[in-house]
Write a protein that binds this ligand. Structure first.
Ligand SMILES: [Zn+2]
Length: 226
């Protein structure tokens, strides 16, 4: 009788040990999988191209921009005020303030605001830097076509020039530029109509991360049309 008991106990102990090992392995696999998944998610969210700007129809940014400037407290108004004192240049050669139209609040896609102005001009018209700064990014997107992101000297704002026909020769990222410097030429790349070449121009207040594809939209019209 005792012998049988001992055997039983021995079997039971082994079974328990086996279960313990299986459980530990399972937990290890689960931890590794979770860790890997988390890393994938993190790296994906760091990928700028997946939320990169697309230009025209989506108001120059695939990422949702802040819905309204008005919502962003008085500091934003002060920031815009500071920008107003900088005397921004109308970026398209030969276009006067009177010829500009305010299309900032137009809708360009379902539920999307334009968040930019369109400056109509013949293909090949020169596009100039609105002020001093740096070329932050030369980017080609489906909607915006050939585009330029320029940061201002304080890296507070980005200036976005889209639908370009081509860049000025030698234009490169990180290059410092001067107000009035030739950046490129008006075109209809991206989703602009072939028969209506224009410059899609947008201004954004950059976030603290200085990410070129993000920012709070600012209406360029009152800044250029004064
Ligand atoms: Zn536009």
């Amino acid at each position: 009788m005792r012998r049988i008991d001992r055997r039983r106990r021995e079997r039971l102990r082994r079974r328990v040990a086996n279960i313990g090992v299986s459980f530990a392995l399972g937990a290890l696999v689960a931890t590794l999988l979770t860790d890997r998944l988390q890393r994938q998610v993190t790296s994906r969210s760091r990928e700028p191209l997946s939320i990169a700007p697309t230009g025209e129809n989506d108001s120059s940014s695939g990422a949702p921009r802040a819905p309204a400037i008005e919502a962003a407290a008085p500091s934003m108004a002060e920031t815009i005020g500071a920008l107003g004192s900088r005397d921004l240049l109308i970026p398209v050669e030969g276009v006067t303030a009177k010829q500009l139209t305010d299309t900032f609040n137009d809708s360009r896609a379902v539920g999307r605001r334009h968040d930019a102005i369109d400056i109509m001009a013949p293909r090949g018209t020169e596009v100039h830097a609105v002020e001093d700064g740096t070329i932050a990014k030369l980017f080609t997107s489906k909607a915006g076509g050939l585009t330029i992101y320029q940061f201002d000297p304080t890296q507070t704002f980005s200036y976005y020039y889209a639908h370009l026909d081509h860049y000025a020769s030698g234009l490169a990222e990180h290059q410092p530029v001067k107000r009035g410097q030739l950046l490129g030429y008006v075109g209809s790349t991206g989703n602009a109509s072939e028969s209506a070449p224009h410059l899609h121009f947008a201004i954004a207040r950059l976030g603290t991360d200085r990410a070129w594809w993000k920012g709070d939209p600012i209406n360029p019209y009152p800044l250029l049309a004064k």
